[in-house]
Each structure stands twice: as C-alpha cells, then as structure tokens.
Design a protein around this ligand. Structure first.
Ligand code: SF4
Length: 460
C-alpha cells in the first residue's frame, strides 16, 4: 500500500494534540509512588515467562553540542570518560535486572540504542557495552539490532565496531539540509557528511538505513524543504521518519534561542508535511502510521499490510516482544504489565545502581481495564482493524465503549474508517491519522486535558 492522498482540509481538521500511544496508559498518568520495589516485583513476576522474547533498549544521554530545537533529555559534554563510566553503570543495571528476572531463557528479539547520541561512545566502549549486555541478555537468531547515530560525530571506525558487534540496522538524524535552517537550529551537517555515512553503512552490510527529517523548523518553506527531501531521497534510505517540530520553549530552555518569527506554523507547517508526503509517495514509500514511511518490500511495510505490526516505546516494530527492558537515564521499561521509568539525573542514576537499587522513579501497573483498552488501541494502531469478536463480542463491546464508537462516526463519514457489525476497519487515510481514532478509547485523556497543561504534540 502506497501513501494515500490526504486532502489538506482533512489533515487540518485532525491536527490536534494527542498521545503517540507508544504506551497505554500514557506517561502523564504514571505515578511517582511507583518505585524500585515495584519494578523489582514486575521482574519477579516476569521470571516465570521462560522462552518469551524480550526487547531491550539502552538510552545514552550524551551529546557534544546542543541543537537548539532539541526536545530530548541530554547531557552536553566533551568528556569521553563519562561515556566509559556510563557503560559500566548500564551493564551493572542490566545485571541487576537479570538477577531479579532469574535465569529463565528470555531471547532478545529486538535490541535498540537511542539518545542523546549513542555514537558519543568511543569504538571500544561501543563494543564493551554490546558485549556486556549480550552476555547478560543473549540475542535471539534473526534479532533486530539497531542504533541511532548522528552523522556529525560518527566515524567509520565506530560503524565497523557496531557491525562487528552485531548491529544490523541504523538510523541517522538529518532533519533538513538547507544551510539557513541548519544554522538556525545550531546543527551544521552538509549532505556529504550523511552521504558518506550511508555509503559506509551499506558497504559494511547494515540491512536497513533509516533517515529522520523534521518539518516545522525555522526558515523552512515548501520549496526549500522539498529540495531537502529530494536530496534525502537520493541517499536511498529504506525507511524514513518525518516528525513535526514541537516548539515548547517554556519546557525546553534551549528552544528560546530560536526566533519564533522564523517558525512556520498552522497551515504553513502543514504545507511542509504535505510536501514531504507527496515526495515520499512519488518515491514509492508506504505510510506506516503518521510519521513513518518504508519501501513496500521493507519488513515494516509488509507487517503493516498483514496487520502484524507491534508498537512499543521505539515506535512501530515487526517484532512481537511483550516485555521490554530499558537501561540508562530516563529509560522506560515495560515488564509484566507495568511501566517503570528511570531517573533523569546522571549522578542519581549512577548512585542508585552502585547501591544495587533499580534506578526507577515513576511508573504504573496496569489494571485489567487498562489492559482491555490497551488491546483495543493496539488493534487500531497496529492491525488497523478491531473485531468486536476479539473483545468479548459486539454487544459486550458496545455496552462499554458505545460512546467511543459513536464518536468515531464523523471520522467514518470523513473516510478515516468503516464501522460495521463486525467492528472497525481503519482506511489507508485513517492510518495516517490513527491517533485520532485511538483517543476516544483512552480513559485518562479527559482528565489529562482538564489539567490544562500542554502534554502532547499535535497529531500533524
Ligand atoms: S544530537 Fe539529537 S539529542 Fe543531541 S542535542 Fe541534537 S537533537 Fe538533541
């Protein structure tokens, strides 16, 4: 399925703040009362699930310079020894989790490093971290092993070390190639830099190359952004991620440096997204949800068409791993029906692991009701089909969720989905706006909105 044509007026109507649903319940509902003991109990419960696959995520928070648009939790430093020390702590945290999980065989199907900048780490530290984690949590045959890299600071030696360590997928941040935009976001990255790294990744045998772009950045115009997208497509990625810039200077001080008068907003921002969408469609990419695109032969596109996608904190995935263990500052684990997020502060994180204590500061254990709603949202987001029969039958479903289904009727009239006696089918246009279809089933959303704090990015 290629990217459908989405009328601008429809995108404008459904461009509203909403969760990305990489978890349900979403993070604003979690509690600070959930701590290390609760996460240890989750790991204890998961110990019984021998043979069940795992996902592993590692957060590496360091960057050598700060991009002004950045919305991540980062530590700016030039001191590489901080990276070496961090590697020791992450391995120690993994060992701590392993002890609580017991020695049950839990093959890792998906192993991902994000940041920050994972390639802040020197080649030796990359190898040490990979070997340390694989010793504690061995990879399954055919596992997806992926990493996010910043082409400005990533060397061929690092890619060689990663490839030798078993990494087979790579994702590179590009954002925009226009020098004026790059200057305004304090991220100078000539196209040659990215091209060299893509070529090196291909030569070294990485199976999949993803490139990230961002729309809504200062000075972007449809013409300039279109030219950037053309050049990015020429690099030959297998997958693309296209994110909208979230300008939240009240939360992210670094964004205050950006001159708001230069930001495209409203319809101007939407026009940028539509330019990217059209170009991805022309280049033969399939839309996987709102912001991910893949070549039709790519596993992600095939899984989307077969209704076999999965979703976790890394976004869409082809790998069905129920439990996800995450290590490092701010990392979020999902184990035995509970979420647990690590502390943000590096010293606090290191001190906690040194004490032999899980560095968890908030989380939530899902109730049976949460689980039921989570399954509904996953059916809509990943399988693009919700069958009442899978959720207790039509009458039982409508007796609980009748209002939610009724609130989808205008969306059905707009062509986003079809509602019939068997359930709800998401149409191709609805896949791009699928967060809108999931929101009526989110029991916490109203209370979060009533709190009147901006929590979620817009759906466009
Ligand atoms: S490289 Fe990424 S994580 Fe680091 S400052 Fe820039 S945008 Fe933020």
């Amino acid at each position: 399925m290629l990217t459908p044509h989405v009328p601008e007026e429809l995108l404008a109507r459904y461009d509203r703040p909403g969760p990305r649903y990489t978890s349900y319940p979403t993070a604003p509902s979690w509690s600070n009362e959930f701590g290390p003991t609760d996460h240890a109990a989750s790991l204890g419960r998961a110990a019984a699930d021998a043979g069940t696959p795992l996902s592993l995520y590692v957060h590496i928070p360091f960057c050598t310079s700060l991009c002004w648009y950045c919305g991540c939790s980062v530590q700016i430093t030039q001191r590489k020894e901080k990276g070496s020390r961090y590697v020791d702590t992450v391995i120690a945290e993994a060992e701590l989790a392993r002890r609580l999980l017991g020695d049950a065989d839990r093959p890792v199907l998906q192993h991902h490093w994000g940041g920050g900048t994972p390639t802040f780490l020197e080649p030796d530290d990359l190898v040490r971290l990979s070997a340390g984690l694989n010793a504690v949590f061995p990879l399954a045959d055919g596992a997806e092993v992926s990493i996010e890299v910043d082409p400005r600071v990533t060397s061929r030696a690092q890619l060689e070390a990663l490839r030798a360590a078993g990494f087979n997928r790579i994702s590179m941040g590009v954002q925009d190639l226009d020098p004026k935009v790059q200057q305004a976001i304090h991220r100078i990255q000539p196209v040659e830099m990215t091209r060299d790294l893509v070529v090196a990744a291909r030569e070294l045998g990485f199976e999949s190359v993803n490139l990230d772009v961002v729309y809504g950045l200062p000075h972007q115009t449809p013409d300039s952004f279109g030219a950037s997208i053309d050049a990015i497509l020429e690099l030959g990625p297998d997958r693309l991620a296209c994110y909208g810039y979230a300008h939240v200077p009240w939360l992210k001080k670094n964004q205050r440096v950006i001159d708001e008068a230069t930001l495209p907003v409203g319809r101007d921002k939407l026009a940028l997204y539509l330019v990217a969408l059209q170009k991805f469609e022309d280049a033969g990419f399939a839309a996987i949800g709102m912001d991910h695109f893949a070549r039709p032969e790519d596993g992600l596109a095939r899984a989307a068409d077969q209704g076999a996608l999965h979703r976790n904190f890394m976004g869409y995935t082809t790998q069905p791993a129920e439990d996800m263990l995450s290590f490092g500052t701010t990392a979020i684990s999902e184990v035995a029906g509970a979420f647990a997020q690590n502390v943000k502060d590096l010293r606090e994180y290191e001190a906690s692991v040194e004490r032999g204590e899980l560095p968890v500061h908030r989380g939530m254990r899902r109730s049976p009701e949460d689980d039921a709603r989570r399954r509904i949202i996953l059916d809509l987001m990943c399988r693009f089909r919700l069958r009442y029969a899978d959720h207790g039958g039509r009458d039982a479903f409508l007796s609980i969720h009748g209002d939610a289904v009724r609130s989808l009727e205008p969306m059905a009239a707009d062509g986003l989905c079809r509602i019939d006696d068997d359930g709800i089918t998401v149409h191709p246009i609805g896949r791009m706006l699928v967060r809108n279809l999931a929101m009526p089933f989110d029991e916490y959303l109203e209370a979060q909105r009533a709190a009147q704090r901006p929590m979620f990015s817009r759906t466009v």
